[in-house]
Write a protein that binds this ligand. Structure first.
Ligand code: HEM
Length: 658
């Protein structure tokens, strides 16, 4: 048996051992059977976590293989090298295992919820299809099974770095559906729980999968290990921080007090995970201190052994984590009202400026988005400064103003009241789609990135800078950044959101709400990039064109506002009525206020944009005039002026008939 096969076998053993020990220790292996209540039976009781473990490990492996092919191993002018192409083909098999794991998890979950033996569940088509299409957990597992299959099929033919990168993105998205169900959905603060768990698996998969592939690469003595390990080490540090932060928030969303950590089975398993996490941190540190250096001096032995051991520890921790997801968290004392269930926080008191200013509530997803936007931008500016390059402070100020407004719009009391009052929601919408993007695009993030990022060390290879230019020149960006398309998206999506059931589902589902907020930000940034963006884009509109594009949107916004003010029926009525708010209202009046806000609010950004266009136009004219002057000085006279005078002279001569 090859060394890689031995490592794979040991890895499977470690994962199963971690699962079994934690299932027994946490009590999930021996749940209390209540007489008279149906019991799914031992086979199903172990089938659910084992198939889930297969799904989690195969998913991480698929991500790890595609990551190795796209990021860890050098490519050549967009084409995958030989080892990288081999990993994409291997990803096809891992994705197939992923899909199969999800399918069996679906079968076992069906058997468990119906207390049928698995064979019966398999044969009971109507029940299985009901579970797979009508329950959130069933839908999530069905999506993973189908997407896994699609990744397996597409990986067969992928030979370019671009295609492998696309598959990697798809695989990362495929990790998400299961994180929106299970304990995360039933936890008291389900928004925090789902955001934290989504982030947890998004950073876990490249970390666990990337290391497993790297360890296999090392034990096989495959080429370019030093390059791959050095690149992975940078990525692993960020994943480690992400796993720690998201793990702690996941635990906070499920535990009610610190003492739960030693008084509840769930808490004890969390502590076990924290211990594993610290151990993995120490191993990572040791790699940085010792083994990577030795590897760079062509001595891979220490790195190979430690990476193999680390992979086993990680897979055992994944087993432990699956057992944790099968262990009931300690009961939480939450107000049993519908509003709390829907919002994930108690209904706020009557709205006031003081309450908006004081009732901050952590939206983990957008808090991390804001932190990433601020951190990456600051890192770029610091790198330029260290290099002695200037960067306009106005752009930096504008960027951080945009990020600050984003934080206020998504974390302050404004975000809470936006969930329960339509007119406040409209203020949040307008802020996110108009104000925040204006300040962000005036910050020139792409120009900063292109100046701060170093070109790839190897010719023809793709580092972060090359990937950024590839994306900027891609067909997709050419389409969405076209002024006509960007304007259409900006206008039409507002109508599509509020005059279809989309808004209602965006308010009811946490993922829907994240998508809606992201859409406001992205469609707004796209539109304002086209008209006042500092960064280079595929199209350069003349200033008159920019003004026209801005003015074209105004009647549509006004009409949208008026249409809302005129509507006699309540949008997302189920949502607002279920909340059962006892203060404020009537609901229809708040909706009409929302219309007035949508209509009136547009003036503010229009003014800012007009000022920005005027300033850019003036600077441009001034730059051109100075350039013409410099050219005139260089050729000892103003060629343009000379040419014009010569033309006048010719006219004069013509007049005199000479
Ligand atoms: C600070 C350390 C960590 C903490 C506090 C933590 C906490 C958690 C919590 C509370 C969950 C949700 C479980 C549930 O559904 O109830 C979870 C899920 C998970 N954790 Fe961690 N974790 C940590 C580190 C890790 C590490 C180091 C790994 C693996 C190497 C890991 C792998 C996982 C996996 C795979 C899941 C999803 C399980 C599933 O639902 O299938 N975690 N973690």
């Amino acid at each position: 048996m090859t060394r890689a096969a031995r490592l794979a076998l040991a890895g499977a053993g470690a994962a199963i051992a971690g699962l079994v020990i934690a299932m027994i220790a946490g009590g999930a292996a021996f749940p209390r059977i209540i007489p008279g209540l149906p019991d799914a039976g031992t086979f199903t009781r172990w089938g659910v976590p084992l198939s889930k473990l297969t799904m989690d490990v195969a998913g991480a492996l698929t991500v790890g293989l595609l990551l190795a092919a796209t990021v860890l191993l050098p490519s050549d002018k967009g084409m995958l090298g030989k080892p990288a192409a081999g990993y994409v083909r291997a990803a096809a098999w891992a994705a197939l295992a992923w899909s199969a794991g999800a399918f069996f998890a679906l079968l076992f979950a069906t058997a468990e919820t119906s207390s049928m033996p698995i064979t019966e569940a398999l044969l009971n088509g109507p029940y299985l299809s009901h579970y797979a299409t009508q329950t959130s957990q069933g839908v999530a597992l069905t999506l993973v099974a189908l997407f896994g299959l699609a990744i397996a099929l597409f990986s067969r033919g992928a030979i370019t770095a671009g295609a492998a990168a696309g598959l990697l993105g798809f695989a990362l998205v495929t990790l998400l559906p299961p994180t929106l169900t299970g304990h995360a959905a039933s936890s008291p603060n389900h928004n925090l729980a789902t955001s934290a768990l989504s982030l947890h698996v998004l950073v876990l998969a490249p970390w666990v999968g990337g290391l497993a592939v790297l360890a296999a690469h090392a034990v096989r003595g495959a080429p370019q290990l030093d390059i791959a390990a050095a690149r992975f080490s940078k990525l692993a540090l960020w994943c480690y921080v992400g796993v720690g932060v998201s793990g702690v928030f996941s635990a906070l969303a499920r535990l009610t007090s610190l003492s739960d950590l030693w008084t509840s089975a769930y808490g004890v398993l969390v502590v076990a995970k924290i211990v594993a996490f610290v151990l993995l941190g120490y191993v990572g540190w040791w790699h940085r201190q010792r083994t990577l250096e030795a590897l760079a001096r062509s001595r891979p032995r220490a790195f190979t052994r430690l990476a193999a051991g680390e992979t086993l520890l990680m897979l055992a921790t994944v087993g432990l984590a699956v057992a944790l997801s099968r262990t009931p968290p300690p009961p939480a004392s939450v107000p049993a009202d519908r509003a709390f269930e829907l919002l994930g926080f108690p209904m706020p008191p009557p709205i006031s400026v003081a309450n908006i200013a004081s009732l901050w509530w952590l939206d983990l997803f957008f808090a991390l988005v804001a932190a990433a936007l601020a951190g990456l931008y600051a890192a770029g500016v610091i790198r330029l400064r260290r290099r002695g390059d200037a960067w306009p402070w106005g752009r930096t100020a504008s960027w951080f103003a945009g990020v600050a407004i984003l934080v206020i719009a998504t974390q302050s009391g404004l975000a809470r009241y936006a969930k329960v009052m339509f007119d406040v929601h409209m203020i949040e919408h307008m802020t996110l789609s108009m104000i925040v993007p204006i300040f962000l695009v005036l910050g020139g993030p792409v120009t900063l990135a292109l100046r701060a990022l170093k070109p790839a060390a190897r010719r023809g290879d793709r580092g972060p800078r090359e990937w950024l230019t590839t994306i900027l020149h891609s067909g997709l960006v050419r389409v969405v950044a076209h002024p006509g398309i960007a304007t259409a998206i900006f206008i039409a999506s507002t109508y599509a959101l509020y005059f279809t059931p989309l808004f209602a589902s965006a308010m009811e589902e946490h993922l829907g709400h994240i998508w809606m907020t992201l859409h406001f930000l992205i469609s707004g940034s796209l539109f304002f990039w086209v008209i006042i963006g500092v960064d280079p884009g595929p199209y350069r509109l003349p200033y008159v064109g920019k003004l026209l594009t801005l003015f074209v949107t105004m009647p549509f916004h006004a009409f949208f506002g008026v249409a809302l003010m005129m509507t006699g029926s309540l949008i997302a009525s189920d949502w607002y009525e279920q909340l059962g708010r006892t203060w404020g209202g009537p609901l229809l009046e708040e909706q009409q206020n929302g219309g007035a806000i949508a209509w009136g609010f547009g003036e503010i950004p229009t003014l800012i944009v007009l000022l920005a266009i005027a300033a850019q136009w003036y600077q441009d004219e001034d730059r051109q005039a100075r350039r013409a002057d410099r050219r005139a000085e260089r050729v000892g006279g103003d060629t343009e002026l000379d040419a014009y005078n010569a033309y006048l002279a010719r006219l004069n001569r013509a007049d005199k008939g000479e």
